[in-house]
Design a protein around this ligand. Sequence first.
Ligand code: IMP
Length: 191
Amino acid sequence: MPSQPERSPPFRCLFTNLEILTRTRELGRELQDELGSEPPCLVQVVEGARPFARLVQQGFVGQRMHDVRAKSYEGTVSTGEVQIEMLEGFGAMDVVDREVVLIEDIVDTGRTIEALRAHFLALGARRVRVISLLSKPSRRVVDVQVEHIGFEIPDEFVIGFGMDLDERYRELPDVVVYDAEVERGAAASEA
Ligand code: IMP
């Protein structure tokens, strides 16, 4: 059963909060089996990946979470370039000779993950693995490797469970499909 708050527009639900929890538990186990006993350097791509990363972190008790921000600039002068910012308390040395686990909400064109992987390998990471809640394979522009994927989805814009549209809807508990019509309809019926 979808678990949207009463005042949310009735967007179509793709994955309920419970489905996300269940699938993330499976993925977390896969990841732990692969990594063995060596503690990885956990890196979440903020803001969107926070709720998913919190669940992944539960399998690595005592490990701190590092934050990275990645912004891609697209549009008229776009080169699809990704700007990377390592946030408070995250030093370049934290990744040297470590297994880095990049935790992402969604892989779309693949540019963000490609740039982040290259960034951490250049800083001296031994290996970079990617775990992403969602993937849109039909949108790929670069052929990136994503080792652990929660769910593959079609080319639709999704929100909820950390993912936003202009900073809105991150707090929805389920992953739903954004639809401007649905949003307008809900606003009209409230007026
Ligand atoms: P990529 O570099 O094209 O793979 O883009 C990945 C980033 O784009 C994600 O981390 C999200 O921030 C954003 N993104 C891509 N698709 C969606 C979506 O459907 N909903 C919300 N954010 C998205």
